[in-house]
Design a protein around this ligand. Structure first.
Ligand code: ADP
Length: 494
């Protein structure tokens, strides 16, 4: 299938030709550049061929004229101070040369002709040849046959004896045959070059078409994938070349988009679900209360319950907002030097009353001089979530430890360990997912939405760090947060 859609007529002015090529389809563009390059190459080749042939033919004539002049000079003699042509049986050495079509002329120093033979004998001897001859020099020149355009190449060879010039030989040959050959070459080139260009254009278009066919396939396949169905893949069976790699990259991008959209859909569905249940309960409570007139104390009790529920919902909406913003803006808004030592002590102080209430032992070991770049509020939230979980999930009389050290000059490591129930191996991969609760019943009683760890992770990642969880051999859990001590860009790949 060969298609060559031209977007507009081809411009005649060379100035706009390049701009016109730029506006065409890749197929036409490739072919046009290919043809343009070929035009350049063929023009250079033709010019070179013409020049080389022209010089070669001229050189050939010059060689012949030199030989002829030498031969003619051998037939000369000087009698009584005058140059003469030697004759043997009425013939001279000059006769065969004239028969070959050369003009052979023996001249005296004053230009007077001793003999003049050959078909081109009418051509005049140019003055510069005679001047050169008198000076004892050989010389080439060119003249036209009188009354015609026929160019004749002429050569003079002086006849010198003991330093005295007695005359010379002028030989000449028509350049017309050479010009005819060159003319013929021009005709052949004028015929062959356009045919070559036409064939090359067709071939170029065909090759460009073949090379771009996979891209057409890719485009058609991509057009069939709608935003609603990102589960589709191109799955094109292409070679491992540029286009093949493009198709694979496209498929991988679709997979990432599909995953991201899926996560987003799941998040929205989970968020709606979490909001609907308490709202339905509140609506029920209000309906029952309004059923009949009640004592002020009863209204007070219901309103207090409702306020607690609204507070919980407000916290949920705040968390959702925080995650939505983190999705929108993967980098923290604020980046300032944060003293982790002071910040962690503050977090420990915050959870201390809760730990004491559950008779938990809280051990804190924080290295001094732990400074990381980041947003202090977000980092506070990250460690509060982890310590809060440790307090929430560790049964009374348990132990919680908070350790912060420098793992390397470039990394701070904070470990929060507890002697609680630990986390089952199959849950470890999921606890950082939004709305994931390892033990739904237990989380509900502790009032969690399953967003705390997701928020903690998004904060750690936004700071260029990481967070991981593991269960200890003794049964508790350990959460390890690693934070870079120098600002790094967070990855925001979908
Ligand atoms: P939640 O609001 O339910 O606490 P999180 O995102 O903070 O949500 O935690 C997700 C789940 O991970 C929790 O439901 C809990 O099952 C588990 N988890 C978190 N921290 C701990 C911990 N210190 N010990 C045991 N399980 C934990």
């Amino acid at each position: 299938m060969m298609r060559s859609k031209l977007n507009s007529p081809i411009p005649h002015s060379p100035r706009t030709l390049a701009r016109w090529i730029g506006q065409q389809t890749i197929r036409v563009r490739l072919t046009a550049w290919y043809v343009l390059v070929l035009v350049g190459i063929l023009t250079c080749f033709s010019a070179l061929l013409y020049t080389i042939l022209d010089h070669a033919l001229d050189d050939q004539v010059d060689v012949q004229l030199r030989l002829a002049a030498d031969q003619a000079l051998g037939a000369l003699t000087v009698t009584a101070g005058q140059v003469q042509v030697l004759q043997t049986e009425g013939e001279t050495e000059i006769t065969p040369l004239a028969e070959q079509g050369l003009v052979v002329r023996v001249v005296q120093p004053d230009g007077g002709m001793v003999t003049n033979s050959g078909p081109l004998h009418l051509v005049a001897t140019p003055a510069d040849l005679l001047t050169a001859m008198r000076a004892g020099q050989a010389r080439f020149t060119q003249a036209n046959l009188p009354g015609t355009d026929t160019p004749v190449r002429l050569y003079v060879l002086p006849y010198v004896i003991d330093g005295r010039v007695y005359g010379g030989v002028v030989v000449g040959q028509s350049l017309q045959p050479n010009q005819d050959v060159l003319h013929e070459l021009l005709l052949i080139l004028a015929l062959v070059v356009p045919i070559t260009l036409a064939l090359a254009s067709a071939g170029g278009l065909f090759l460009a078409d073949r090379a771009l066919q996979p891209i057409d396939r890719l485009t058609r396949a991509a057009q069939q994938i709608s935003a609603q169905d990102l589960s589709q893949r191109l799955n094109l069976d292409l070679a491992d070349d540029e286009v093949g790699r493009l198709a694979h990259t496209f498929d991988r991008m679709l997979a990432r988009l599909d995953e991201a959209f899926g996560r987003q859909r799941q998040f929205t569905a989970d968020a709606s679900h979490e909001l609907r249940t308490p709202l339905a309960i509140m609506k029920g409570q209000i309906g029952v209360t309004l059923n009949r007139t009640r004592a002020p104390a009863e209204y007070q009790t219901v309103l207090t319950d409702l306020e607690e529920e609204v507070d919980r919902l407000t916290r949920l909406v705040d968390d959702l907002l925080l995650l939505a913003r983190a999705d929108d803006q993967p980098q923290p808004l604020v980046r300032e030097p944060v003293d982790l030592h002071a910040l962690l002590l503050l977090v420990a102080d915050q959870v201390h009353p809760l730990a004491t209430a559950k008779a938990l032992t809280l051990q804190v070991h924080i290295a001094a001089d732990l400074c990381v770049p980041g947003d202090p509020d977000k980092l506070y939230r990250l460690f509060l979530n982890l310590l809060d979980n440790a307090v929430k999930y560790t049964p009374s009389q348990g132990q919680i430890s908070l350790n912060a050290t420098l793992a390397s000059p470039a990394q701070a490591v904070v470990e929060i360990a507890d002697s609680g129930p630990g986390i089952a191996a199959e849950q470890l991969d999921h606890i950082f997912e939004r709305f994931h609760r390892a033990d739904v019943a237990r989380s509900r009683t502790t009032g969690g939405w399953g967003l705390g760890l997701a928020i903690a992770q998004s904060i750690a990642v936004a700071h260029g760090g990481s967070i991981e969880a593991r269960s200890t051999a003794a049964g508790g859990s350990v959460f390890t947060v690693r934070l870079p001590r120098f600002a790094v860009a967070a990855s925001s790949e979908i």
